[in-house]
Design a protein around this ligand. Structure first.
Ligand code: PMP
Length: 462
């Protein structure tokens, strides 16, 4: 690419593991979901000799699957630098993980407590707290406030002073996104941790401080995350944004919180073997206390395998497989994800620079050079974002238009209901992807120029 930076990662090699480049797709909607490496889809075939349920059979196949399944939790724990798999619970997605926290805390909210979130949240970290406050607890005769911290409409920065004003000695929980899926803002989590710690909310252990939940759906895919260093109480993300198939989300929670909380799903496997009587049930050890019913076994194994594949793609080695692989090394995770962060940041900055040449275009969120997750949401004066996205699609460029489930933030900026158009990047995004997307955007927003040869035909398949 003439205009793009030299990529930090060898994207040419990485893209050979994916099917989308040969299909002529310019995949620039990665904040919604990423593409799976080919080896990941082949994993399903390679598991067929052992295809069995886990924790539910004495066959060698079931034992083998159980081993792979449980190891997957170790892999995810190392990825996040959790102390152990006992802190890792799997759900369907981020949304279900956040709802699980809400339901498990239901019995603990006292009348007059409050929850503080922000107006830059994805609806999955807003609506559960809205429902808790306005729909659920009122039916139990309890009143819990839901407070919203604002952001600076020009810089997209979370207003920390406002957040600190809202957090008080009745704040049970502070819920923030680690990276906004619309603005790209990355709120300073350590400072927010300090604000929560200083709230004065009395904890059952005699200490004080509010719980902190981080929606990391947009943070985990493009940076290394250390749950112990951040000292978060809860952290949720979805694997479909991290090369893995749909259907698996993770809730990390501090072990003592999972020990003491009530699960919100009850049934088989979440009980201690043999410990069920009509008047007494004991729950299984963590994390299986939170794994009621047959889990998404293939999804969990594939998710952990996706992490290993990601490391292999970054390092340039041959994909390794479960059963033969040694445990993940945390330092490799950190250094690999630092490369992914540098790469996706460079590609995003290229897009930000290039966007400046598009007449009438406004980019939302942090200014160039400020921390930003790898996405750029924008509007173009006089054009419906949906028309822009459709026009891009006609030229082979994939984007997303609308409110991206970040409806409150769009409302704050006066962009409801039409929303914005968003381009978003992943570790396999190339400078050519950005050039293709921006050239398509210039054509779509300058109607007289439409009708030339489509980019799909002109673009060189990587
Ligand atoms: N939070 C953020 C910041 C997101 O970007 C998303 C996905 N768009 C979610 C939560 C919800 O993820 P899921 O749909 O997988 O539950």
């Amino acid at each position: 690419s003439a205009s793009g930076p030299a990529p930090v990662l060898d994207v040419h090699r990485i893209r050979q593991h994916f099917d989308f480049p040969a299909a002529g797709r310019v995949v620039t909607n990665n904040a919604a979901s990423t593409q799976p490496p080919r080896e990941l889809l082949e994993l399903y075939r390679s598991l067929s000799p052992w295809y069995e349920n886990v924790h539910r059979g004495q066959s060698s196949a079931s034992q083998h699957m159980t081993g792979l399944f449980e190891e997957s939790y170790d892999t995810i724990a190392t990825w996040l630098n959790a102390r152990s798999r006992r802190s890792i619970v799997t759900y369907r997605n981020t949304t279900e993980a956040i709802n699980a926290v809400m339901y498990s805390l239901l019995s603990e909210f006292r009348d007059g407590d409050n929850v503080v979130t922000t107006t830059m949240e994805h609806n999955s970290n807003f609506v559960p707290w809205y429902a808790l406050s306005r729909e659920i607890l009122p039916r139990f005769g309890r009143r819990v406030d839901h407070r919203l911290a604002r952001f600076d409409p020009v810089t997209g920065e979370l207003d920390l002073e406002h957040l600190a004003q809202l957090v008080d000695a009745r704040t049970k929980l502070v819920c923030v996104s680690g990276a906004s899926n619309f603005l790209g803002t990355k709120p300073p989590l350590r400072r927010i941790r300090a604000i929560a710690d200083d709230s004065g909310y009395p904890r059952p252990d005699g200490d004080s401080g509010s719980l902190l939940l981080v929606d990391a759906a947009q943070l985990v895919p493009s940076s290394s995350v250390d749950v112990q260093a951040l000292d978060v109480d809860y952290l949720a993300f979805s694997f479909h944004k991290l090369l893995a198939p749909f259907g698996i989300g993770v809730l990390y929670a501090k072990e003592h919180l999972l020990e003491q909380a009530l699960p919100f799903l009850y049934g088989g496997d979440m009980i201690a073997e043999g410990q069920v009587a009509p008047d007494r049930v004991s729950y299984n050890a963590l994390p299986w206390k939170y794994a009621a019913g047959t889990p998404n076994i293939l999804g969990v194994i594939a998710s952990a395998q996706a992490l290993r594949l990601l490391l292999d793609l970054v390092a340039g080695g041959r994909p390794r497989w479960f059963g033969t692989a040694e445990p993940l090394a945390r330092d490799v995770v950190v250094s690999s994800m630092d490369l992914v962060a540098r790469h996706t940041t460079a590609v995003t900055e290229q897009a930000m620079r290039s966007a400046q040449d598009v007449a009438g275009l406004t980019v939302y969120g942090p200014p160039p050079g400020a921390p930003r997750s790898p996405l750029v949401a924008f509007t173009v004066e006089g054009m419906d974002p949906l028309r822009i996205a459709e026009g891009l699609n006609e030229l082979g460029v994939e984007s997303r238009a609308g409110c991206h489930c970040a409806t409150l933030a769009h409302r704050d900026l006066g962009l409801v209901p039409s929303g914005s158009c968003r381009l978003s990047f992943a570790l396999y995004s190339s400078p050519d992807d950005v050039d293709s997307a921006m050239e398509a955007l210039r054509r779509v927003t300058a109607p007289a120029r439409i009708g030339r040869v489509g980019l799909r035909a002109a673009g060189r398949p990587y």
